[in-house]
Design a protein around this ligand. Structure first.
Ligand SMILES: NC(=O)c1ccc[n+]([C@@H]2O[C@H](COP(=O)([O-])OP(=O)(O)OC[C@H]3O[C@@H](n4cnc5c(N)ncnc54)[C@H](OP(=O)(O)O)[C@@H]3O)[C@@H](O)[C@H]2O)c1
Length: 294
């Protein structure tokens, strides 16, 4: 009997972890805050994870595994509201880590490539984080607090694409909606990352939960690409008009939160540890296309 608890079940990644989890584990509970969800075989409940007592009450589910996906992920909103970002990204992580420690559950804490400054790229876990915005700083602080509170934790730094089950729109979905509407897509050629498909990432998260490994790991997709290439591969894989994708520069945009230029992560240690090879971008997007109407 294995019990999984997933926070952020209404979010891009948490929805995949909860739904895939229901095929792998006996009991799956997931939490949401504002976007109510209902997945087959998953116990979905509304919990404000900033409320320490409400999180502690989840101990009644006696989870074996906890995957903490809930966070304040809007980078510009974090910059505008640093105190809320702190309360959400650090406070919720601390509450969830305490719950995992209390129930003796192995925990995965989702972190981000945005803990790096983006000056070098191809970051390994040996590289020193140096976030350039509030989002990255609060996510880095969360990594430390979670590891202080609980020993059986894996910190997973990543960046991903996939289908939202609720109202959100990921970068890939935004590109698709523009291309399908016949509209041009401005895509940054000076911003690099290593995105992985949510379904593939979720498989790795489950493998990690079932291993002895504790510590920090980067789980990127196989290729470093800029957002321009990303949008063009989406157009190719979904049989859409790639000439609608136009190069633009992130350095020309005045975002509220500064952005790192090259946040690509190295898959080195992940490939040594996990059994499945990290997939290519094209293969991940082909899988995403196959899953569109599920
Ligand atoms: N998206 C990416 O490419 C990316 C890249 C790197 C790292 N990450 C990290 O990966 C994780 C998942 O990201 P995501 O993009 O899947 O997130 P998301 O789609 O923005 O969803 C965030 C989730 O957090 C929940 N949440 C927010 N505040 C909450 C609160 N006070 N109490 C309870 N739940 C709360 C939201 O619930 P409601 O929507 O119901 O309010 C939602 O389920 C995050 O830790 C993020 O930092 C994401």
């Amino acid at each position: 009997m294995t019990r999984l608890l997933v926070t952020g079940g209404s979010g891009l990644l948490g929805s995949t972890v909860a739904r895939q989890g229901a095929e792998r584990y006996n009991t799956v509970t997931t939490t949401y805050l504002t976007r109510s969800v209902d997945y087959a075989g998953v116990d979905c409940r509304r919990v404000d994870l900033t409320d320490e007592a409400a999180v502690a009450a989840l101990a009644k589910f006696a989870p074996d595994y906890v995957v903490h996906c809930a966070a304040m992920t809007d980078v510009d909103q974090c910059e505008r509201k640093p105190e809320t970002a702190e309360r959400y990204n650090v406070g919720m992580a601390e509450n969830v880590a305490k719950l995992a420690a209390e129930t003796d559950a192995r925990m995965i804490h989702l972190s981000t490539d945005a803990v790096f400054d983006g000056e070098e790229g191809n970051y390994t876990v040996e590289n020193e984080p140096d976030p350039v915005n509030v989002y990255g700083r609060t996510k880095l602080d969360a990594e430390s607090i979670v590891q202080q509170v609980h020993e059986e934790v894996v910190i997973v730094r990543t960046n991903f694409y996939g289908w939202n089950m609720t109202s959100g729109q990921s970068l890939a979905e935004w590109v698709l909606s523009k291309l399908r509407a016949g509209e041009t897509v401005p895509a940054f050629e000076d911003a690099y990352f290593t995105p992985i498909y949510t379904e593939d990432l979720t498989t790795y998260l489950f493998e990690l939960l079932e291993k002895e490994f504790n510590g920090t790991l980067h789980i990127p997709g196989r290729e470093r690409c800029n957002k321009l290439d990303f949008a063009r591969v989406i157009a190719d894989v979904f049989d859409l008009d790639s000439s609608l994708v136009n190069p633009s520069l992130i350095s020309d945009v005045d975002f509220e939160a500064p952005r790192g230029r090259d946040l690509s992560l190295s898959p080195e240690r992940t490939e040594q540890l996990l059994e499945t090879a990290v997939p290519t971008l094209k293969r991940g997007l082909e899988e995403m296309r196959r899953n569109e109407n599920e």
